[in-house]
Structure formats: C-alpha cells, structure tokens
Design a protein around this ligand. Structure first.
Ligand code: ATP
Ligand code: MG
Length: 393
C-alpha cells in the first residue's frame, strides 16, 4: 500500500546555510542505508521535507529497519501519495487509507491539514472540518477528538498530496558528516563500539585504530575488531580502520618498565599513536570506551596518567555509564554478540597481577625514560607498517 516515506528530523539549531548541509548529509546517509535494501528508491528534499519514494517493489520492514540506523531521523512516516483530483476524490482516498490502516474503527481522530501551496481551493481549517465530516460519515463509530486523538491524520497538500498518520521513531541525533571526524580506539570489547556509536550519533564521522599484538593476540581477535567496525559502519558510514602492530612496543615496555605500570604505559603509547593517526587523517579528537572506575586503568588517577600524553581532546562518552547500561546499548546496536566472543584482546596478555590503581604521573614519566633508546624507532615502525582496511556495511 505504501510507496513513499516522509522523513522527519529535528530542526533545532539548524538555520540558514547549516540547514542545507544538515539536509544534504541526511539524504546521503539515507541513500547509504537504503543501498542495503532490495528495491530502487529516490531520495529527494523539497520545501523542508525529505521524501523516500520507491520506484520498484520493496520490503517495508527491511526499509524501516535500515532507516532506523540513520542518525538525524526522528520519525519515519509511511505515506500514501495521491494526485490532486479534487477534494471529493481526496476524501475518498483518505477513507480508503483509514480503512486499510485501522481495522478497529472504534477510535478518535483529528485531521491536521497543511497547505504547502496556497492555490488549493480550501484553506487548512476548511479541509480539517470538511474532511472530518466526510470521515465521520463513512465510519460512524469513529469520533473527533481535537485534544488527544488516537489518530492524527496528516494531510499535506503540495504538488502531490500526502496522507499519513503513522510515525515510527528514528534514532535521533545528527546526520553523519555534520560534525567533523573522530578517531576511535577500537578494541574487541563491549565498550569501545558503543562509544563509537554514541559519538557518531552526534554527526561525527569515525575512523578507527586497533592495536594488534601477534602472536599474543590471534587473527581471530583481529577479525572480531573488523567485524565490530563493520557493524559500527552501518550507523557511522564508511570507516577507515588502522591496524597497528603493537607487539614490539609491548615487549619493549615489558622489558624496561615495572610490570605493575605496564598497562598505563602501554595505554599512553596507544594514545600517542592514535593521536598521530588522527592528525594525519584530519580527525579532531580521540574516542575511547573508558568509564570511571571500571578497571584499574580507568581510575581517575589512571585516566589522568593516560590523558597526559594527549593534546587532542579525548571523548569518553561512556565515562558515567555502568557496565549494564553499556551492555544494553551494545545489544540495541547489535555489537554485543560479537563483542563477547572469547578471543583475547591485546590487554589480557601483558596484564600484571596487581596493576597500579593510583599511578603517580611523575613516577610514570620517569619510568618511561627507560624506553628512550628504542621507543621512537619502534613507534615509527609501527606507523609505517600499519595496515589500513576500508570498512563499509
Ligand atoms: P573495551 O570493552 O572497549 O575493550 P575495556 O573495558 O576492555 O574496554 P580497556 O581494555 O581498559 O577497557 O580499554 C579501554 C579503552 O581503550 C577501550 O574502550 C578502547 O577504546 C581502548 N583500547 C583498549 N585496548 C585496545 C586495543 N587493543 N586497540 C584499540 N583500542 C584499545
Ligand atoms: Mg578491552
């Protein structure tokens, strides 16, 4: 019955030139999502509205599911579009529409008409009243409720006329590409994909870096990160995934530094390298899945020690989340099942039995001096031997 969708988006703060950027990015991202569906569609924006029109057969549920991955969409409205063939004919179409959508006719409704073109022979008030009467006449069990109707029947009069009353919720947020790009430190765990999702939701494009430590971490652990990046790219658009071979750096830290400080020093090098990559690729900040107090390396003192090497802002969207809350998001965005696959990530091998929970920044800096001889060279090699994978969904 439907061939088109009207896409609703929040317009708060979207003014002037920004509005076009916002709408254009939203259209791009809708096309990216719909490329995964059967059927051919056309996405157009006109007069402050975005429409998706299908020109071939399509699967309604599949299309709605994909549109729900597009940040910036607040509502997905399946619409019936009809030609303007007079008011009487329009009322008949509306009755046909209501009959199909609402099998239970014991409902209240309100007509909400908008004239996008002023040459229509009736104004909105007249359409509301006359169409309301027509519907009541067709379905005597229905009633009008102008305050809290069960069904808000929207009629939009433009070139064509749109009829809709169902609004399916979108994910909200801002369209990808309206807010610069960030570099996520993506591990195989539960947290970092969720962190990436949350920042992407604010319109930020994502690139990712994974620190791989073969043979201590397996190929399967790496594949898991690739798989997670792929799921994330469903929402964020294409992701450039940098795989950094971290083994020699880790072994060198292991050799030269106190073992209870390994994790912190290692994390400082991850941040330094991520920051290099971020600057090279035009990213405006780093993103991690850290949350205060979750593990020894995420106490306030540890976060301070890690953050110390960063000049770019570090975005930690999960900072105040409990694990259970993070898990709930990961289930919603479909990364959970992949994240809990049991392949070790590179932190689990070099973890000390009793890592410092309150590292002293000055002490860490002094111990890092033990690395002076070779670390610069090792970092350089890690950067020049990186593997880059283009990920799309
Ligand atoms: P996650 O579930 O995201 O792995 P975690 O609870 O295991 O997080 P840590 O291992 O302390 O926590 O990592 C904290 C953050 O550091 C991660 O959320 C991620 O952003 C980053 N990180 C950790 N290990 C790696 C890695 N091997 N490659 C890239 N980023 C990493
Ligand atoms: Mg981890």
């Amino acid at each position: 019955m439907y061939k088109s969708f009207l896409i609703k988006y929040a317009e708060i703060g979207v003014k002037g030139k920004n509005r076009y950027i916002f709408e254009d990015r939203l259209c791009d991202q809708i096309r990216y999502a719909l490329a995964r569906c059967e059927g051919e569609s056309v996405v157009t924006k006109s007069q402050g509205r975005i429409y998706v029109d299908f020109v071939s057969e399509f699967d309604f549920d599949e299309v709605v599911e994909q549109l729900k991955t597009v940040f910036g969409i607040t509502g997905i409205c399946p619409v019936v579009q009809v030609e303007d063939e007079g008011f009487e004919k329009l009322c008949e179409e509306v009755v046909k529409y209501l009959d199909r959508v609402y099998t239970d006719k014991n409902i209240s409704f309100k007509v909400d008409a908008r004239r996008g073109r002023k040459n229509y022979p009736k104004n909105s008030m007249e359409i509301n009243a006359d169409m309301g009467a027509f519907v009541l006449n067709a379905f005597p069990t229905m009633r009008v409720d102008v305050h809290k109707p069960d069904v808000m029947l929207h009629i939009e009069i433009r070139e064509k006329i749109s009829i809709y009353s169902v609004i399916l919720p979108g994910p909200g947020g801002l369209p990808i590409g309206t807010n610069g790009k960030g570099m996520i430190l993506l591990s195989g765990g539960i947290d970092s994909p969720v962190a990436g999702y949350m920042i992407a939701k604010r319109g930020v494009r994502i690139d990712a870096v994974y620190f791989h430590a073969p043979p201590y971490t397996s190929e399967r652990a790496k594949q898991k990160v690739v798989d997670l990046a792929r799921i994330l790219s469903k929402y964020s658009g294409p992701i450039q995934l940098h795989i950094i071979n971290f083994t020699d750096i880790q072994l060198y830290i292991y050799e030269k530094c106190p073992h209870d400080e390994l994790t912190i020093i290692m994390r400082r090098y991850m941040m330094r390298i991520a920051q290099e990559l971020a600057k090279e690729s035009g990213c405006l900040g780093l993103i991690t899945g850290e949350s205060i107090g979750q593990v020894a390396s995420q106490t306030m003192q540890s976060l301070m020690a890690t953050n110390d090497v960063c000049t770019l802002p570090v975005y930690r969207p999960l900072i105040g989340f409990d694990k259970q809350e993070i898990i709930e998001v990961s289930e919603k965005i479909d990364t959970y099942e992949t994240s809990i696959l049991p392949y070790e990530d590179c932190c689990t091998i070099f973890v000390a039995k009793h890592p410092v929970t309150k590292p002293n920044l000055n002490v860490i800096r002094i111990h890092e001096k033990n690395l002076d001889e070779k670390i610069e060279e090792l970092v350089k090699t890690a950067l020049t031997t990186q593997e880059v994978i283009e990920i799309t969904y």
